[in-house]
Design a protein around this ligand. Structure first.
Ligand code: PLP
Length: 242
């Protein structure tokens, strides 16, 4: 029913995801402190996000500048220490808003965006770390720098635009083994002197951790399924064709 939200035990889910990350680390001899859990809160009801904050979660990922702008300034006031990552595609004309709102931008994927971000950071006096998004599956429709162009693009971001590049991020193709994509991303990061490797979501974060992810982005395993977006033109608003 519209307006109702299924009960989700966010605190229990969070504890379970953290336990699984620690377990995956243990299997391969990694220190769990090397892995940052990013709770992906896009499209989730506010009460689930508050539940995560109450349970002590502080690192969150959002995909849309406008949604983050509606939600986070107030939550940051109530819950000190929030670290907000931009993980969705970022339009160049929203670069300044993103710099003002977020603490780290994971999706730098083209020169124009790098330039806009650098300018906005200078103007706002707010220098954020960034990651470069890599299209590890070389999917034509997908954002991200092709693997063979990563070294050059990282250099451009650093040398031409003065961006503080701290890592690489990828969204592997649906249905492919995340292990291979994690290994590739990690290799590309290492040869560019980058520590952060952001890969792994609800379905596959443990594999990503075993293969070297430093940042996993987990949404539904923490918050439950995202409520469907209201369909424009459906429902009872005037002119919906009824
Ligand atoms: C939505 C999203 C996630 C989280 O996906 P889940 O399957 O809900 O864990 C992670 N990364 C990106 C870039 C996303 O857009």
């Amino acid at each position: 029913m519209a307006g109702t939200v299924a009960a989700v035990n966010v605190a229990a889910n969070l504890a379970e995801v953290r336990r699984r990350i620690a377990e995956a680390c243990r299997e391969v001899g990694r220190d769990p402190a090397e892995v940052t859990l990013i709770a992906v809160s896009k499209a989730q009801p506010q009460e689930r996000i508050v539940a995560a904050l109450e349970a002590g979660q502080r690192v969150f990922g959002e995909n849309y500048v406008q949604e983050a702008a509606r939600r986070w300034p107030e939550l940051r006031q109530r819950y000190p220490g929030v670290e907000l990552h931009m993980i969705g595609s970022l339009q160049s004309n929203k670069a300044a808003d993103a710099v003002a709102l977020f603490d780290l931008i994971q999706t730098v994927d083209r020169e124009r965006l790098a330039r806009r971000l650098a300018r906005a950071m200078e103007r706002l006096g707010r220098r954020l770390p960034v990651m470069v998004e890599v299209n590890t599956g070389e999917e034509p429709q997908k954002a991200g720098i092709a693997p063979r162009e990563v070294d050059g693009f990282v250099r451009l971001c650093r040398e031409t635009y003065g961006l503080e590049v701290v890592g690489l991020m990828a969204i592997p193709p649906v249905g492919e083994d995340v292990a291979l994509h994690t290994a590739l991303l990690r290799k590309l990061a290492a040869r560019n002197g980058l520590r952060a490797v952001s890969i792994g979501m609800s379905e596959d974060f443990e594999v990503a951790v075993r293969f070297g992810a430093t940042h996993v982005r987990v949404g539904t395993a923490i918050f439950g399924p995202r409520p469907p977006k209201p369909q424009p033109g459906s429902g009872s608003e005037p002119g919906s064709g009824s």
